[in-house]
Design a protein around this ligand. Structure first.
Ligand code: FES
Length: 95
């Protein structure tokens, strides 16, 4: 099964196998998301999941702690930490 990933900022729609990390999809698609640490600790890859939050992997401790520190709402995720399991629409926020 494949998932459709819509990068809203540049209106870029791509497909990837379910279970693919979002950072790999973004890199392959040339999506305009800036990555720094790629380990969930810098926040430069912060996105808002506009659609399909339920199709994203659960948060790990590092991501949860980081976003909690920003008081980010639950639809915000770190693109370097998310694995995509279905269709999503992504808006890039950055730090
Ligand atoms: S690239 Fe640093 S938190 Fe994602």
């Amino acid at each position: 099964m494949s998932a459709k990933v819509h990068f809203l900022l540049e209106d870029l729609l791509v497909e990837a196998p379910e279970g693919t990390p979002l950072q790999r999809i973004a890199d392959a698609a040339g999506a305009d998301i800036t990555f720094g640490c790629r380990t969930g600790s810098c926040g430069t890859c912060r996105v808002r999941v506009v659609e399909g939050l339920a199709h994203c992997s659960d948060m790990g401790t590092e991501e949860r702690d980081f976003l909690r520190g920003l008081e980010a709402p639950p639809d915000q995720r770190l693109a370097c930490q998310v694995i995509i399991h279905g269709d999503v629409a992504i808006d890039y926020l950055g730090l």
